[in-house]
Design a binder for this molecule. Structure first.
Ligand SMILES: O=C(O)/C=C/C(=O)CC(=O)CC(=O)O
Ligand code: CA
Ligand code: MG
Length: 393
């Protein structure tokens, strides 16, 4: 059979993102999204590397295999595909696409870092002195990375507002999002070695959307001096479809000018970012459009920095860019910035909102330019806030 691709689909042959799906009675396995269909790669290519509940075994096969498999899928989709290899997207269940090894979150947007500096540290310079010399980041909690659509239970914790005399325990009162792009390592690097910026394309397999849910009140009290901890570790959502880096070549753009010049290990002949347009919908209403092209540090620089000390990397490592914010107000990728610490509410379908309420749903989507003037999509990363659960006595 021929797979129909609807006119203007963001999932045409320029995209071909990978995911993990199951159908009733069959275990999760690797597929590729084509239009509104899912191509079962175990059946279509007759290769058991795809008969797994994660992309990890395939990603570990390396760059040459990624190129070859993409070429074979492109050929197949252009012609006849065995009927038993094709499923309607509506009939499948999607699963977390990768077994997440380690999770790192960077802080690569100058606009976001400056805004958060102003909000969290009003008496200091917005950017810390190290910020333009290295991509600042922290190690997160890989085990709480969840698939888009997973409900998010409002976290509880210790918090203390600046005007409160003492900390108290209770549910988060300033629950927020962070719209980010995540990069998935396909081929890792051994302990004691470092990945150079030139090695990026052979190491990083693809990209997903990330929502780094953030409890701002817990974060503001706990983060000094070691950085984010429980304010961000309760859940991090990622999109179901991994867009291969090979599909993003048309989206490459130069990063903003980097001044001062980075140290040699962070140099690239031309540091490049991606011209990806994100959109954040709050209860179905678009509230902001963060532009990835504004990110100061490049994905290759982030990976080089993450491994420069000799730390190993592994198949399935996820590193996120950090919140994507542009210079304009309607380009801010977190609600703490969009509402300026809750002081300037935004209208969400006629209602004034600052931070997330129980029952709210947030969906982040994105598109990028592709060959021949087409656009490709990342699908979405969404989640709904459930009320905090009562802790056991
Ligand atoms: O400036 C701070 O103290 C905190 C910043 C963040 O919460 C941002 C973070 O998680 C990294 C990012 O997403 O850019
Ligand atoms: Ca973040
Ligand atoms: Mg998180």
């Amino acid at each position: 059979m021929k797979i129909e691709i609807p006119e203007g689909s963001l999932f045409g042959t320029a995209n071909l993102p990978y995911g993990v799906f199951s159908t009733p009675g069959t275990p999760p396995r690797v597929g590729v999204r084509v239009g509104d269909s899912v191509l079962d790669l175990t059946v279509a290519l007759g290769d058991e590397v795809f008969d797994h509940g994660s992309l990890n075994p395939f990603m570990a096969q390396g760059y040459d295999r990624w190129v070859e498999v993409r070429r074979r899928i492109t050929e197949l989709v252009g012609g006849d595909v065995p009927e038993n290899a094709v499923h309607n997207l509506a009939d499948v269940t999607l699963h977390l696409p990768v077994e997440v090894a380690d999770y790192v979150d960077f802080y690569a947007s100058e606009h976001h870092a400056s805004n958060l500096g102003r909000l969290f540290r009003p008496d200091a310079e917005p950017l810390m002195p190290n910020w333009k010399h290295l991509p600042v980041g922290y190690h997160g909690r890989a085990g709480t990375v969840v698939l888009s659509g997973t409900d998010i239970v409002r976290p509880r914790g210790q918090r203390k507002a600046p005007d409160e005399a003492a900390p108290s325990f209770g549910e988060c009162r300033r629950l927020d999002i962070e719209a980010e792009l995540g990069f998935i390592v396909g081929v890792g690097s051994p302990l004691g070695s470092a990945v150079s910026t030139e090695d990026f394309s052979r190491c990083v397999f693809g990209s997903v959307l990330v929502n780094d849910w953030s409890a701002r009140d817990i974060q503001a009290w706990e983060y000094v001096p070691l950085g984010p901890f429980l304010g961000k570790s309760f859940a991090t959502s990622i999109s179901a479809w991994v867009v291969p880096l090979l599909a993003l070549e048309e989206a490459r753009v130069a990063t903003p000018v980097q001044d001062p010049e980075p140290l040699p290990y962070l140099k690239e002949s031309q540091p490049w970012g991606l011209d990806i347009e994100l959109s954040v919908a709050w209860n179905g209403h678009e509230v902001t459009r963060p532009p990835y092209r504004e990110m100061y540090w490049s994905p290759a620089q982030m990976l080089a920095h993450m491994t420069v000390n000799g730390a190993s990397s592994r198949t399935g490592d996820l590193y996120a860019s950090g919140t994507i914010s542009g210079p304009e107000k309607n380009q801010r990728g977190a609600f703490i910035e969009l509402t300026w610490g809750g002081r300037e509410p935004v209208l969400v379908g006629g209602e004034e909102r600052t931070f997330l309420q129980d029952g709210d749903e947030v969906s982040i989507s994105a598109t990028a330019p592709a060959a021949g003037g087409a656009r490709i999509g990342f699908g979405e990363v969404k989640g709904k806030i459930l009320p905090a659960t009562t802790p056991k006595p």
